[in-house]
Design a protein around this ligand. Structure first.
Ligand SMILES: C[S@@+](CC[C@H](N)C(=O)[O-])C[C@H]1O[C@@H](n2cnc3c(N)ncnc32)[C@H](O)[C@@H]1O
Length: 309
């Protein structure tokens, strides 16, 4: 009963926080008992209402129109360089693309003006796929898409990442996720395994999480009982940093840093696929409370989730 009341409080708080503090107020329960599936599926239904919200019903904290420059300042600093390096035969996947503004701006002249090196090699640029649970395409999306060569950009909606087969989506050189599925999924290890399925060997995935136990804080001996927006516990209840968990993935090279410009601890990640036999240490969902993004507590379990060959 106490857990349910606490969870209801989290939902209320998460839906009311200001846009600049996206997600900072939600706290997963430390050491909470594993929720019954009914409670987690109820939370997922609450989350689905956020995806379905339109007009004034969209929470102010549910931002779906970040610019490409915002991706550049939010993700690890080499993201825009990696994007600028792509050529016409490469593919870029933006998971949790919202309106897809970042993709549209990639095809604009401003991007080339800001990244003059390699302009010729870039040519007509990579093909891009925007993935979103809900369709948030704008008139601008349709206008830009109509002006590009057929198949240059596509917008897939109606399903979560995990509901696509690798064959449906194909392989990508680059993937990004700015407050998309990596921040919103209730099954983080499955999500991670699916992304790695989609990356070419040598391809990279850039993402971030807000309000986590950063590797820097862990090194400085952060308090054990602190609570975070997304947290992983070992089977014995010890906290495991997100970066430390990512570094346990087989066939992945991981870079992590803390965003120096943010007071809220934001950790940024680049995960590069290095070989075929990817295996992600499995997590079970202990707690999930709907929000923008949701509050999540995971526990490490064995065995690892293998990526599809
Ligand atoms: C807060 S919006 C972020 C939009 C965009 N990245 C931006 O910064 O403007 C969250 C997006 O993630 C998508 N999303 C959440 N979970 C997802 C999942 N498991 N698979 C695919 N998309 C997901 C939502 O549908 C939505 O498009």
């Amino acid at each position: 009963m106490r857990i349910e009341m606490f969870a209801a409080g989290i939902i209320a708080v998460v839906l009311c926080i200001p846009a600049y503090a996206q997600g900072t107020a939600a706290k997963p329960l430390r050491g909470a008992a594993k929720k019954p599936p009914a409670a987690v599926s109820q939370a997922r239904q609450e989350q689905a209402k956020i995806y379905g919200a339109r007009g004034e019903d969209v929470p102010a904290t549910y931002v779906t129109d970040r610019a490409l420059l915002s991706y550049g300042s939010t993700l690890l600093p080499d993201f825009l360089h990696s994007l600028a390096e792509l050529g016409p035969s490469d593919r870029w996947l933006d998971i949790g693309a919202g309106q897809g503004r970042a993709i549209l701006e990639y095809y604009g002249e401003r991007f080339d003006a800001m990244h003059p090196d390699g302009r010729e090699r870039r040519g007509s640029k990579a093909r891009s796929v925007a993935l979103s649970i809900e369709d948030r395409r704008t008139a601008e999306w349709h206008r830009v898409a109509a002006g590009l060569e057929p198949g240059k950009i596509s917008y897939l909606h109606g399903r979560r990442l995990r509901e696509y087969t690798p064959a449906e989506l194909g392989r990508f050189r680059l993937a990004s996720d700015v407050y998309g599925g990596f921040s919103y999924t209730s099954d983080l290890s499955l999500f991670m395994a699916r992304i790695l399925d989609l990356l070419e060997t040598g391809g990279s995935f850039y993402t971030l999480l807000i309000n986590v136990r950063t590797a820097d804080a862990a090194r400085q001996g952060a308090k054990r009982d602190e609570v975070f927006q997304t947290e992983i516990l070992a089977a014995d209840g010890r906290p495991v940093g997100i970066c430390a968990w990512l570094r346990q993935i087989a066939c992945a090279e991981v870079a992590c840093d803390t965003d120096p410009s943010s007071e809220t601890p934001i950790e940024r990640y680049r995960i590069r696929r290095t070989c075929d036999q990817v295996s992600v240490p499995a997590l079970e969902t202990v707690h999930f409370a709907a929000g923008t993004p949701p509050a999540r507590l995971f526990r490490l379990v064995a065995p690892a989730v293998p990526a599809k060959p």
